[in-house]
Write a protein that binds this ligand. Structure first.
Ligand code: ADP
Ligand code: MG
Length: 664
């Protein structure tokens, strides 16, 4: 089995980790950061941008830049609340009530899973570069409170990125794994995860490498964004009062407000007040309008008091479900950037009267836990056992629209549960199995996971046929439902995937498209690289010829100089007519010719350096460069606009110093 990586696919930021020599570590992306913004965009030229690059164009290109997509994953249109729809890009429902994101510049619509797939692909690409091996599978984390559709949809997103999901792992469970995988003593842990878009809470007992999740709860529509929005609304309302303009109606203003709000929020985690300055935010009848104000922490906390109240509910639910009291808890693990807010910190202290653990990094702990789980699956880490639970009750709709629960929430998984049902009318030949997930008494108030029909039931009075319905939840928390008519043995079973934004055909089509596109992109990239390399080599060769001519005269190394010239012309010619096969050969020939020239010059120098025999070098810089080991490296020299001048004026050592001063 190849290496399995661990991916924390966050609403705001994503992180990838791997187990190396038994220790989990986070892999930096190609920009050098350990977290990658979960933002995807298309540039004005329709080029796909992922992560920091996409984040950078949020304000200037809001319609083509997509953030917070996780809020849409695996959700139908009618499940979305107004808050989630409050984004600067266009979201709409297609004919099947699935969420689609509109991208004007590519003139296409995307399923949220498809865009999120691009984030996964980037994480994987960067990790492959770092590990120097290809990666085919991953452990991907999801909020514990994700329902079946959201889990299926996450798996679809990975599939679209060409990655097999070995395990879907709950984020707080991952955090607990990271926290406790090398601890020996037994403890009861509360994991409190408040990220950008979701809130998750888990209670676990850890003892001798066995992780038992006792209860999970949360709110998939509550996170740091909601705190930002309080500031946005405050700013926009004040502005509306004063100038009678609603800034929220303009995409660009809204995006600028959101960025300023997030920045202010983060600053208020460390400071007691912070200035907010948004020049030229709009235009009124008397010219441009600006926002210049100060927000203090008390005001901010006042604005957010309902959010703090909402945080309490899942904590209480989880404590109730686990049968523990707050006093039983030995450690609190804080996860997610939003736990840095002092008001959140204080809230937690009022629930559990101990100082939270400082041993984990709230931004990375989930990915680290995913890497640990990957290590367990690949067999690299032994003596660790993880027992997770299902976050929401699963059941069937029975007569009168009632929800009959088959698997209550917080049941350890994997689990199989069956029950026998019958018909409600005489001679009923088929039954509809309607599967629901949630805690409400009436099925309709919960989330429908899909339905199917078991037919061919022989005629019988009502209540006589016996239909056994079985629910299977695997270790990923994914559900499979089957129904069997006990008289005929007829069986019908389905993997539930209702509510996911993509059906199977669409997924397959997109995978095919992505593969074709990847091939095309790879070929295109390879040919661009090849041409760029040729151009670099041409520049090097020209410089070398010029330098050699300067130092030794046009005939100093006659044969080798001519060889380089000939090879150089070939490369230029094949580049011009775009013959890539011949170009490859010509490039090799030129490299060889240059090598020959350099060797000849070196020999010449050795003779030169002997004071008795030769002419003295006139130009120190040339001599040093020719002999330096890093001659083939692209050094800052190559990009120096005054190259010709400095080359003659300074020696190489001085040049370096000059460069350092210049760039620092
Ligand atoms: P996710 O798991 O949703 O990807 P993260 O754990 O990366 O999210 O947290 C992102 C959220 O944390 C954002 O809303 C961000 O504004 C917030 N955040 C980051 N640092 C701070 C801070 N110092 N104070 C308050 N909020 C912060
Ligand atoms: Mg997170």
């Amino acid at each position: 089995m190849g290496r399995i990586v661990g991916i924390d696919l966050g609403t705001t930021n994503s992180v990838i980790g791997v187990l190396e020599a038994g220790r989990p570590l986070v892999i930096s992306n190609s920009e050098g950061s350990r977290t990658t913004p979960s933002v995807i965009g298309y540039s004005k030229e329709s080029e796909l941008l992922v992560g920091q690059q996409a984040r950078r164009q949020l304000v200037l290109n809001p319609k083509n830049t997509f953030s917070n997509l996780k809020r849409f994953v695996g959700r139908t249109w009618e499940e979305l609340d107004e808050n989630s729809l409050n984004v600067a890009y266009t979201v709409r429902a297609n004919e099947e009530e699935c969420v689609r994101v509109t991208c004007p510049v590519t003139e296409r619509e995307y399923a949220p899973e498809e865009l999120i797939g691009s984030i996964i692909r980037k994480l994987i690409d960067d990790a492959e570069k770092h590990l120097e091996e290809s990666i085919e599978s991953a452990v991907v984390t999801v909020p514990a409170y994700f329902n079946d559709s959201q889990r299926q949809a996450t798996r679809d997103a990975a599939l679209l990125a060409g990655i097999r999901v070995e395990r879907i792992l709950n984020e707080p469970t991952a955090a607990a794994l990271a926290y406790g995988f090398d601890k020996k003593s037994a403890s009861k842990v509360l994991v409190f995860d408040l990220g950008g878009g979701t809130f998750d809470i888990s209670l676990l007992s850890i003892s001798n490498g066995v992780f038992d999740v006792k209860a999970t709860s949360g709110d998939t529509q509550l996170g740091g964004n909601d705190f930002d929005k309080k500031i946005v609304d405050w700013l926009a309302d004040e502005f509306l009062k004063e100038h009678n303009i609603d800034l929220r109606r303009d995409r660009q203003s809204l995006q600028r407000l959101s960025e300023a709000a997030e920045k202010a929020k983060q600053e208020l985690s460390g400071l007691s007040k912070t200035p907010i300055s948004l020049p030229f935010i709009s235009t009124g009848s008397n010219g441009p309008l600006h926002i210049e104000t100060v927000l203090d922490r008390r005001k901010f906390e006042y604005l957010c008091k309902d959010l703090i109240d909402r945080l309490l509910i899942p904590v209480e639910t989880a404590l109730n479900d686990s049968g523990w009291t707050a006093d039983d808890i030995n450690d609190v693990v804080l996860v997610g950037g939003s736990t840095r807010m002092p008001m959140v910190h204080q809230l937690i202290r009022t629930i559990v009267p101990i100082e939270p653990s400082q041993s984990v990094n709230p931004d990375e702990v989930v990915a680290v836990g995913a890497a640990v789980q990957a290590g367990i699956l690949s067999g690299e880490l032994r003596d660790l056992l993880l027992n997770d639970v299902t976050p929401l009750s699963l059941g069937l709709e029975t007569v009168g629209g009632l929800m009959k629960v088959l698997i209550p929430r917080n049941t350890p998984i994997p689990v199989r549960q069956a029950d026998v049902f019958s018909t409600s009318e005489a001679n009923q030949s088929s039954v509809e199995i309607n599967v629901w997930q949630g805690e409400r008494q009436l099925a309709n108030d919960n989330k429908s996971l899909g339905k199917f029909r078991l037919s061919g039931i022989p005629p019988a009075p009502r209540g006589v046929p016996q239909v056994q319905v079985a629910f299977d939840i695997d270790a990923n928390g994914l559900l499979q439902v089957s129904a069997t008519d006990r008289t005929t043995g007829r069986k019908q079973s389905v993997s539930i995937n209702g509510g996911s934004n993509l059906n199977e055909n669409e997924v397959n089509k997109l995978i095919k498209e992505a593969q074709e596109k990847a091939d095309f992109d790879r070929r295109k990239r390879a040919s661009i690289d090849q041409k760029n390399n040729a151009l670099t080599l041409i520049a090097q060769a020209e410089r070398r010829l010029r330098d050699v001519a300067l130092e030794f005269g046009p005939y100093g190394a006659e044969r080798q100089q001519r060889a380089v010239e000939v090879a150089l012309r070939d490369v230029q010619e094949f580049l011009e007519i775009n013959d890539l096969a011949e170009l490859d050969l010509a490039v090799s020939a030129l490299q060889e010719a240059l090598f020959g020239l350099n060797r000849r010059i070196s020999a010449e120098k050795r003779v030169d350096n002997n004071p008795i025999q030769g002419i003295k070098n006139t130009f120190g810089s040339l001599k040093d460069e020719l002999f330096s080991d890093d001659y083939w490296d692209d050094d800052p020299w190559d990009y120096n606009p005054n190259e010709g001048k400095r080359e003659r004026d300074y020696g190489r050592k001085e040049l370096d110093r000059w460069d350092n001063d210049y760039y620092n």
